[in-house]
Design a protein around this ligand. Structure first.
Ligand SMILES: [Cu+2]
Length: 345
């Protein structure tokens, strides 16, 4: 695979996107992104011919779905190399990625490095899928808007079939939402992240990831009160060994607020500076989709433990790339803030 930068890599993925129900304005933004990105080529070793593309899951064939699922399971079988000093609970190469996210969480969320760190993280993930597990494609994205007003079973990514990333958790009634406090010195002055209960709350029960075991986390022990009792992590900073299946709690209401095509267009158009774009996106569409997935995704630290994380963040990266492409000269290297969570406030 050839990489220059992932904003370049992501370009041609959009060429295959099925945006049939998308408003014209959104299609124009996507077209502008493709044109402006291709105009920059060749760049280094990257040309129009070898550019890496990111597809939307629904645009891939079942055969391609199976290959991807196989590669993720392969990373989950390969032994961890991160080292017990860093992450004593890590058992697999998959866990190494989750551990890196846990360890870096306070530096990479609501900080200047949020977008760029996660772009690099996706790049390393792609590289591991390719070099360690022989997956020749690139991480597909989850187009939230494409399925947002349909039952989640309409989305082949989460329809629970053998070619999906499994589906919802079993429904558990009578739950409260979860509240994550932020890992800052005086968290009492900063509102946490509240997620209301959704339509699942239990373990996933259909599709290829039913027998998947997560090993690290949780960081936030309040998830214990949200339906299934999750054992607190026995190690330091959620990095001890704590095997358990995946919990999900899909909630379309959350996506309908900030993840529709119209909302995403507004996010891009209304924010001409990174200082508006990043906080609006981080606290808006980005968080809503994490909360839609729920389970381990109600945990800022451990969210990559659910394989849906990669699809969600490929879409976050795509939206950032579309925003950047409107004015590469200014926006390509523009960052918002320091590397202290919430900028030390
Ligand atoms: Cu993250």
């Amino acid at each position: 695979m050839h990489y220059v930068a992932l904003f370049v890599a992501a370009t041609a993925a959009l060429l295959g996107a099925n945006a049939a129900q998308a408003p014209q304005h959104w299609k124009d933004l996507v077209k502008q992104y493709q044109d402006n990105t291709l105009k920059q080529l060749p760049q280094g070793n990257c040309t129009k011919k070898n550019i890496v593309t990111r597809p939307e899951w629904g645009d891939l064939s079942d055969k391609q779905h199976r290959k991807y699922i196989e590669a993720v399971k392969c990373l989950h079988k390969k032994p961890s190399i991160i080292g017990a000093d860093k992450a004593p609970g890590a058992r697999s190469r998959y866990d190494d990625f989750q551990a890196a996210h846990i360890i870096n969480t306070p530096l990479i969320h609501a900080t200047g490095s949020f977008f760029a760190w996660h772009r690099w993280f996706l790049y390393l993930w792609d590289k591991a899928l390719d070099e360690e597990c022989g997956y020749s494609g690139s991480q597909p994205y989850w187009d939230w808007s494409k399925y947002v007003d349909l039952p989640f079973k309409s989305n082949p990514l989460i329809d629970g079939s053998e070619t999906s990333i499994s589906s919802n958790g079993r429904y558990i009634p009578g739950r409260n939402g979860t509240l994550q406090t932020l890992p800052v010195p005086d968290s009492s002055s900063i509102p946490g992240i509240f997620t209301p209960p959704g339509t699942g709350g239990g373990y996933i029960y259909e599709g290829p990831f039913v027998n998947w075991t997560q090993h690290l986390g949780p960081y936030y022990n309040q998830t214990v009160t949200n339906g299934i009792k999750v054992k607190p992590n026995p190690g330091p900073n959620a990095l001890g060994y704590n095997p358990r299946p995946i919990i999900r709690d899909f909630n379309n209401t959350l996506l309908l607020q900030l993840n529709t095509y119209d909302a995403v267009v507004q996010l891009i158009e209304n924010n001409t500076s990174i200082h508006g774009f990043q906080p609006s996106f981080f606290g808006g569409a980005h968080l809503e989709a994490h909360s839609f997935i729920s389970g381990v995704d109600n945990d800022l630290f451990t969210s990559p433990g659910d394989p849906l994380f990669w699809f969600h963040h490929a879409q976050v990266d795509r939206i950032w790339a579309i925003w950047q492409s409107a004015d590469y000269a200014t926006r390509e290297a523009e960052l918002d803030g320091t590397i202290t969570l919430t900028n030390g406030k």
